[in-house]
Design a protein around this ligand. Structure first.
Ligand code: NDP
Length: 679
């Protein structure tokens, strides 16, 4: 069989392995299948290429342009999954495992593509949080803005998810506008290489947006500066070694680490074998032990269960594990494949033996491991191992040793306080789950344990049909955890994008902030348009374009009419004496919703035109009551424009209502869809 020669992609060229070449073996048969080596790479050239080509090309695009690019990329990969599945079998993964990796990775890109368009502006700069008023008259304001880092993101990935591990970092990085150099773990890097080849072939990414290192990183980390990011997934030992690199320290290079984690799953005190939560707990643990043969950073390593349920859990899990068919991932009936390499097998067996020195093995016999399929004697197969820790207070190894395979330990707790103590003994984890139907239990565990865990996953009979699984990091939710888990944070929606951006506190006048952010800031100069804004198309409208309406008097008859017409006869509008007794009102006042209706009546241009629909209203506040006899007028200002389709876009308007004394009485943001063309 010819060996795959795994190529790096550097400065726009595919580079074959050379120098000290590393051999890669099939996890299933043990035969040599590929070679990788990066000795020939010029890492400074790669950094320069990213900074000179990839970065500028990406930054020229808006968040929406980059989101559309991600969507096209995800669609392209989605149509080409089969060759990736084929390769993935060699890593020991079953088809179900590969779907977690490949489909999960592509799904993550789709989610970022969608979030980029829904939650970020069609602009080059991302406002973070609200405007800060820093002066009495509003002439000096502050806003936090995120802009893309001007460097390169170096992604160092773990072996267990050669596709998801790359794409979950790549999607937020590219959406941020930052180019990436991807370095997969060598043992499964042939799957990553194939996926990168597809991305490059697609022509969807600008030149320099992605480069690939197949092998060691040489002096790459010595050449980074504070505009670069290292995002690492792997062992705590490697993370600590890389983090302590002199250059990383000296130049304050951002280092995001996602490393070992002794994830716990707690069975609530309310659960017994008679409640649906018991089976749910067993199902979740079984899935976490056997999916990817337990090689998931989020897999359950420690089960924390009420003392009274320890034996029931061991019995139920052992019965399920006994039915788990292990073997060739391509063979019919196989439920669990191999570990990713013989090195991993050795590592897992060693770590399991350490755990076994203080815990009793209650299920799992390495010497009697029937395998489904042929020619598997040199494969990296292990039997699932279930341990029972009788004294979890005294035990230490079980709380700090991650056997990165199908290995988990059951331990009993006396009360909730004890359960919390055991959960937290992991020293910081990516995820902890709690199976309970009792909201008080959920609250107490959250207060006691959330600070030690990056994600808390609660599940019970109400959510089990739709829940996403203890071990699934979702692009919408933060992935990462404190302490042993690395102290890093990935994903979490737009949060994950900002990890590749600099948040800068920008201070200045409303006009300048409007110019910088491309969004109208209150207090900035109005622009007068040539015609009523409702007659203007999406592209014609300018940020800051404003109409100021004439005034209208609000009468008692208006208030009475509105009250009886709508049924809102609340005393503040109808009963002078009762309203006066209310500290907020001088007497009877106009309904807030009446004022909104008057505002529309004042600013609307009624004829058919480019404004297609009113789709919502945000941040409505009333500052001052309006009494009968008061006059109101409105300013309507184009605040932000966002293309939505090829035919129309969303226009957000800042609406201000004033009284006859020029005091603001109401303020809100109005959302409309406006066509590109007049019909
Ligand atoms: P490693 O920490 O050995 O490797 C992780 C990544 O770092 C790989 O891409 C590896 O590349 C790279 N790397 C290793 N040394 C260096 C170096 N000196 N300079 C630059 N890059 C380097 O972890 P493994 O992937 O081998 O997994 C080992 C253990 O880590 C597992 O058994 C498990 O305990 C833990 N792990 C935790 C995960 C989590 O998410 N919590 C995920 C995966 C693993 P290369 O392969 O070429 O050496």
């Amino acid at each position: 069989m010819t060996l795959m020669q795994l190529e790096s992609f550097a400065a726009g060229q595919w580079v074959a392995p050379s120098g000290k070449v590393r051999k890669i073996y099939s996890a299933v048969t043990g035969e040599e299948i590929a070679e990788a080596g990066s000795d020939k790479l010029d890492f400074q050239q790669m950094i320069d290429f990213a900074k000179q080509k990839g970065g500028p090309a990406l930054r020229k695009m808006t968040f929406h342009d980059r989101a559309r690019m991600l969507k096209a990329l995800a669609t392209y990969l989605n149509d080409r999954r089969d060759p990736l599945y084929e390769l993935s079998y060699k890593t020991g993964a079953t088809l179900a495992d590969s779907k977690i990796d490949i489909d999960g990775g592509i799904g993550t890109v789709f989610v970022y593509a969608s979030k980029g368009r829904r939650e970020m502006p069609d602009a080059h700069i991302y406002p973070d949080g609200d405007l800060e008023i820093l002066s009495r008259n509003g002439t000096f304001l502050g806003q936090h803005y995120c802009t893309p880092l001007l460097g390169v993101a170096v992604h160092i990935n773990a072996f267990n998810f050669p596709v998801w591990g790359m794409l979950e970092k790549l999607a937020p990085t590219l959406l941020a506008g930052v180019p990436a150099i991807v370095k997969p773990a060598t043992s499964t890097s042939y799957v990553t290489e194939a996926c990168v080849k597809m991305m490059v072939e697609s022509g969807i990414l600008p030149e320099g947006a992605i480069q690939l290192v197949m092998g060691g990183t040489g002096d790459l980390l010595d050449r980074l500066d504070c505009q670069d990011v290292v995002s690492f997934t792997g062992s705590a030992a490697t993370a600590s070694y890389l983090k302590s690199n002199d250059n990383i320290q000296k130049n304050g290079v951002r280092f995001i680490a996602e490393q070992d984690s002794l994830n716990a799953s707690v069975l609530g005190p309310d659960v017994t074998p008679k409640t649906p939560e018991f089976d749910l707990f067993v199902k979740e643990v079984l899935r976490e032990m056997t999916a990817k043969a337990g090689q998931k950073c989020t897999a359950i390593r420690r089960m924390v269960v009420p003392d009274a349920q320890v034996q029931n859990v061991i019995d139920a899990l052992s019965a399920k594990l006994a039915k788990n068919v292990i073997g060739d991932p391509t063979a019919e009936g196989t439920r669990m494949g191999a570990l990713a390499s013989l090195d991993q097998k050795k590592d897992v067996l060693e770590k399991a033996a350490e755990i076994g020195s203080e815990c009793e093995l209650v299920f799992g016999d390495q010497n009697n491991l029937p395998l489904n399929g042929e020619g598997l004697e040199n494969g990296a197969f292990v039997a699932p191992m279930l341990f029972h820790c009788k004294d979890p207070d005294k035990a230490t190894i079980v709380h700090c040793t991650e056997a990165f395979g199908p290995v988990a330990t059951v331990m009993g707790y006396r009360d909730l306080g004890h359960a919390i103590e055991l959960m937290n003994k992991g020293g910081g984890s990516l995820v902890a789950s709690v199976i309970t139907h009792d909201a008080d239990v959920a609250r107490e565990l959250t207060m006691g344990a959330a600070a030690w865990h990056g994600r808390l996953y609660f599940n019970n009979r109400d959510s089990m049909k739709e829940s996403t699984g203890h071990g699934s990091p979702l692009p919408h939710m933060v992935h990462g955890g404190p302490g042993r888990a690395g102290g890093g944070e990935e994903l979490g929606g737009v949060r994950g994008v900002t990890h590749y951006m600099q948040r800068t506190a920008v201070q200045g006048s409303p006009d300048l902030l409007t110019g910088i952010g491309g969004t109208y800031v209150k207090g900035a100069r109005f622009k007068e348009g040539p015609a009523h804004p409702f007659t203007r198309t999406f592209h014609e409208l300018e940020i800051g374009e404003t109409i100021q309406t004439k005034s209208r008097t609000v009468t008692l008859e208006d208030i009475e009419h509105f009250a009886h017409f709508t049924g809102d006869t609340f005393y503040a509008h109808m009963d002078e004496e009762a309203a006066e007794a209310n500290p907020f009102f001088p007497g009877r006042v106009a309904h807030g919703y009446l004022l909104l209706s008057f505002a529309a009546g004042l600013f609307v241009q009624p004829d058919p035109g480019p404004v297609l629909a009113n789709t919502g209203l945000n941040s409505l506040s009333f500052q001052k009551p309006v009494s009968p006899g008061d006059e109101v007028r409105v300013t309507l200002t184009v605040k932000r424009k966002t293309k939505r389709t090829d035919e129309y876009g969303e226009v957000r308007w800042h609406v201000n209502m004033f009284n006859q004394d020029d005091e603001q009485v109401a303020e809100y943001e109005l959302l409309t869809m406006v066509a590109f063309e007049r019909t």
